[in-house]
Design a binder for this molecule. Structure first.
Ligand SMILES: *[C@@H]1O[C@H](CO)[C@@H](O)[C@H](O)[C@H]1NC(C)=O
Ligand SMILES: *[C@@H]1O[C@H](CO)[C@@H](O)[C@H](O)[C@H]1NC(C)=O
Ligand SMILES: *[C@@H]1O[C@H](CO)[C@@H](O)[C@H](O)[C@H]1NC(C)=O
Ligand SMILES: *[C@@H]1O[C@H](CO)[C@@H](O)[C@H](O)[C@H]1NC(C)=O
Length: 331
């Protein structure tokens, strides 16, 4: 249950992308003028449109999955790389004024660890000893998870040049009851299939202190009652629709196979490993009923509370994405 391979996961960014689904040159000009008007304070240094020679490299810089690096992937009209709060405010105010949609680049993970003594008590058959473990500071673990060789200097974290990316798809489950041995054998069989490519499963232990945190304490509801989370991932390097179909189908089949062994009604999912297979909002028209399908998987009963917050702070649904929380006005 060693967690490896995080190169496929995005790390923290603060890039604002402004999209317009109805591409309009005027709108985009008005938006740029608005930005300069709102914030003359050197904002042009952080605005990129396709005419800027560095537009492509700035866009590419934050792509961490080849599936979103195709000619069919919508490209932002404008990229803003804000350096301060005023830049963010100007980008939001002007997008709203001129009918552009904002997409924010960001990400983050919240893994917790395990204890050696607990492993020896609960899983003595694994024979885990201190020598099998590597003790390191949190910052060193970031370098480890990014798969740099041991003892690589922390300076490597200052290197922001993108590393080569492959195509990737992930899904998640939460496990409430021990999975029977036969089910684990079924997982092994699937991992041996050719279509598994470089698939991997990560099991993140819950329990302990996490068991004391009720569903309603924070928007993330999956702590109390969860034994562990499974993250299924598959990555591949071959370009093209055939490879895409093969590997996506493999992970979807594995996900179907796992249904009897994981949380149910709803089958819970982790919002930080967003999975668009669970459903998406209609473009420009979010419906509460539709969004409840994935919203309750990610947030359980907290979904309704989030809808109330959304309704209070963004009734016009300005901040939206494929799986955003809808305001209550939209049924
Ligand atoms: C992009 O091009 C515009 C127009 O020439 C310029 O004003 C802006 O400063 C450029 N952006 C960057 C980040 O250099
Ligand atoms: C990493 O550095 C430590 C301390 O300098 C050393 O004891 C250890 O052998 C090194 N490990 C590797 C894999 O180089
Ligand atoms: C995206 O695709 C382009 C050309 O197809 C390639 O040069 C670039 O390295 C890719 N970027 C990423 C982040 O995969
Ligand atoms: C959004 O939903 C409303 C009400 O159901 C409908 O009238 C409108 O045509 C929809 N708009 C789009 C863009 O689908």
């Amino acid at each position: 249950m060693n967690c490896r391979s995080s190169s496929m996961f995005p790390f923290l960014f603060l890039f604002l992308f402004s999209f317009s689904w109805i591409a309009s040159a005027d709108r985009h000009e008005d938006f740029l003028q608005c930005l300069h008007y709102q914030n003359s304070n050197a904002i042009s240094k952080v605005i990129y449109t396709p005419i800027n020679s560095s537009y492509s490299s700035v866009l590419q810089f934050s792509i961490r999955n080849g599936r979103f690096n195709t000619s069919a992937t919508p490209k932002p009209l404008v990229i803003v790389t804000p350096l301060n709060v005023a830049h963010i405010q100007a980008a939001i105010a002007c997008s709203q004024k001129h009918g552009l949609q904002i997409r924010v680049r960001s990400g983050g993970h919240d893994y917790e660890d395990r204890l050696l003594s607990y492993m020896q008590e609960s899983f003595p058959e694994l024979g885990l000893v201190k020598e099998d473990c590597i003790e390191m500071s949190w910052i060193e673990s970031t370098v480890y998870f990014a798969q740099f060789p041991r003892n690589t200097s922390l300076e490597v974290l200052l290197n922001r040049s993108p590393r080569p990316t492959s195509f990737f798809k992930g899904k998640t489950d939460f496990v409430k009851e021990p999975i029977p041995k036969t089910a684990l054998e079924g997982i092994w069989e699937r991992l041996d299939q050719v279509d598994a490519g470089s698939a991997e499963l990560q099991f993140t232990a819950y329990g302990g202190k996490m068991n004391e945190i009720a569903e309603s304490s924070t928007p993330f509801p999956h702590r109390a009652g969860t034994l562990y989370q499974i993250h299924y991932g598959i990555s591949w390097d071959e370009e093209g629709i055939e490879a895409y179909a093969k590997y996506i189908s493999w992970i979807r089949r594995l996900y179907s196979y796992m249904a009897p062994y994981v949380s149910k009604n709803p089958r819970q999912a982790y919002v930080n490993y967003r999975d668009l297979d669970l459903g998406v909002n209609n473009l420009g028209n979010t419906s509460y009923r539709q969004a409840s399908i994935w919203g309750t998987k990610y947030f359980k009963n907290n979904f309704d509370r989030l809808v109330r917050v959304k309704t209070a702070v963004d009734p016009a649904n300005f901040f939206r994405n494929e799986q955003s929380i809808p305001p209550l006005s939209s049924w």
